[in-house]
Design a protein around this ligand. Structure first.
Ligand SMILES: [Zn+2]
Length: 202
């Protein structure tokens, strides 16, 4: 069902169209948001537009861990008190979830996705070579593969384990407590913290 018609002013239709491209925003929510912004003060609308431009202009990827950051290397990579453990995750939001547990004192590596052959996502589309190079130069005590528990997350974990095992590094995976198919970013901090502490060697 369309929420715009020939009666919708073109700028409003354009805003609805742009908003409905956002993840989790259907045409109905996009329409509601657009009309909310239409009624909002100019200041409120400008603040939103500027916040969007600001992240695009100021946020980049850390050249070591590929998390989103304002400074390169990022605050976590530059922190000398962090342990020699690399936790591999799919997305920057997973770093946020793991930091929230307060149970992890190492560094991260953000793959920016997971292996999904059906969707044409192979290891070459992810930050895999960068991870292997990092493990070679940093020789960490442990690599935790904290990809999601769905099919592509498991396929990614298996692939990475095969690549990392010959390097002699201890490869682990948090498992216990998280339901199968679970996405890290939605796990509650307690469950995720327990899963991290109860990790097993692959
Ligand atoms: Zn970093």
């Amino acid at each position: 069902m369309s929420y715009t018609s020939s009666a919708t002013a073109q700028p409003v239709a354009r805003l609805i169209d742009e908003l409905s491209r956002l993840p989790g925003v259907g045409p109905k929510s996009a329409s509601r948001l657009a009309y909310y912004l239409l009624r909002a003060s100019r200041e409120e609308a400008v603040a939103l537009a500027e916040a969007i431009l600001d992240v695009k202009e100021r946020i980049r990827l850390c050249s070591l861990c590929f998390n989103t950051t304002e400074a390169d290397p990022c605050a976590i990579c530059s922190d000398p008190s962090r342990e020699s453990v690399i936790c591999v995750v799919e997305q920057p939001l997973d770093v946020v979830a793991l930091e929230r547990t307060g149970q992890f004192k190492g560094r991260y590596h953000v793959l920016h996705g997971a292996i999904a052959p059906v969707e044409g996502v192979g290891p070459d589309k992810l930050k895999v070579q960068e991870l292997l190079a990092r493990v070679r130069t940093e020789s960490p005590d442990e690599v935790i593969i904290a990809t999601n528990l769905g099919l592509s997350g498991e396929a990614t974990a298996t692939y990475l384990h095969r690549q990392l095992a010959p390097m002699g590094v201890n490869v682990t995976r948090p498992a216990s407590g998280l339901p199968s198919g679970a996405e890290l970013e939605y796990a509650d901090p307690q469950t995720l913290g327990r899963a991290l502490l109860g990790r097993r060697s692959l």
